[in-house]
Design a protein around this ligand. Structure first.
Ligand code: DOR
Ligand code: ZN
Length: 349
């Protein structure tokens, strides 16, 4: 028996496409999305509107011929971000959002923000313009346990910021905890959260029990099962302020299988089959469209996509490649650890 599911074409509200040879290798795997919020944590990061425009051009050149994928660009906030430059980027349509990386929180975040006061003028300007602030919501204070960093970020950074500047739209990127989910649910509109595929599918045992599995290491790190359950309830609830952001974050195999391995899961090729699997398990296939295709654009003030994507449930499991090749070496594709039966029709990439 083949079941079919048709949903409005999804978007990806949190995506790392990298640059150069890696960009060319990974970009085609995200073209199931009509639009994606592109993360600016290149090395060096994308900090000005001119850099965002140049990066957008490089992304477009890396796409398969005829692809309608639209990269929505973000600026990497630093303590020297010029509010006028950001406003000009918004005005010309180059800049959709700006990203707050607490300095040291994750990949290429060294030039991120140490002192929130230093970026208040730019945040005020963003609030005036209605430009969302995307946050990597983890503190970096060394005394805070890595599993608590999200909850402490809410307490020390996010809640005070939202009190100070309630008009600022904020996205808690890759929310991973029950505390994060509750915070979004209990807050006034103006705060939303993206959820990744790996945090819906795996808990921290997948990373650490029975051997360390570096390909499941990402940031925020996978959490306990009760947090995964909270994320699944949020994603499948239909609640308008939870939406898909894959955080697909490719690294070369050698950079992950290393004494100090990089954080990130390359989920783009299997993100939709994984999501359909999760929503079916939760008896919520009828809410997949809200999570993947409707809630994100509504939060960003954009129209949903006019076209549709079809998923077919097949008798035999799909066989995604275990890795893709790049001129610099292989990149492992996220392995959800279960057989996947929902396939995109047509296949993308
Ligand atoms: O796992 C992650 N990888 N989390 C991030 O915040 C950054 C990302 C990356 O760029 O590799
Ligand atoms: Zn990310």
């Amino acid at each position: 028996m083949t079941a079919e599911l048709e949903i409005l074409r999804p978007d990806d509200w949190h995506l790392h496409l990298r640059d150069g040879a890696m960009l060319a290798a990974v970009a085609p795997h995200s073209t199931w999305a009509r639009r994606a919020i592109i993360m600016p944590n290149l090395d060096p990061p994308v900090t000005t509107s001119a850099e965002a425009a140049a990066y957008q051009h490089r992304i477009r050149r890396a796409l398969p011929r005829g692809s309608d994928f639209t990269p929505l660009m973000t600026l990497y906030l630093t303590e020297r971000t010029d509010p006028a430059d950001l406003a000009a980027g918004v005005e010309t349509g180059i800049v959709t959002a700006a990203k707050l990386y607490p300095a040291g929180a994750t990949t290429n975040s060294a030039r991120g923000v140490r002192d929130l006061d230093a970026i208040m003028p730019v945040l005020e300007r963003m609030a005036d313009l209605g430009v969302p602030l995307c946050t990597h919501g983890e503190v970096t204070a060394p005394e805070v346990d890595i599993f608590d960093r999200e909850a402490v970020f809410i307490e020390r950074v996010l809640a005070p910021l939202r009190q100070r500047l309630p008009e600022l739209k904020v996205v808690m990127e890759h929310v991973t905890t029950a505390e994060g989910v509750d915070y979004v649910r209990e807050s006034a509109p103006g705060i939303g959260a993206t959820i990744t595929v790996q945090h819906l599918m795996l808990n921290r045992n997948a990373l650490l029990a029975g051997g360390i599995r570096p390909h499941y290491y990402c940031l925020p790190v996978l959490k306990r099962e009760r947090h995964r359950q909270a994320l699944r309830r949020a994603a499948t609830s239909g609640h308008a302020r939870f939406f898909l952001g894959t955080d697909s974050a490719p690294h070369l195999r050698g950079a992950k299988e290393a004494p100090c391995g990089c954080a990130g899961c390359f989920t783009a090729p299997v993100a939709l089959p994984c999501l359909a699997h999760v929503f079916e398990e939760e008896g919520a296939l009828d809410r997949l469209e809200a999570f993947a295709s409707r809630n994100g654009p509504a939060f960003y003030g954009l129209a949903p996509n006019p076209d549709r994507l079809r998923l077919q449930k097949t008798r035999s499991p799909m066989r995604p490649p275990s890795s893709i090749q790049t001129p610099e070496g292989p990149v492992e594709v996220f392995d959800p650890g279960v057989a996947l039966y929902w396939q995109m029709e047509p296949a993308y990439a």
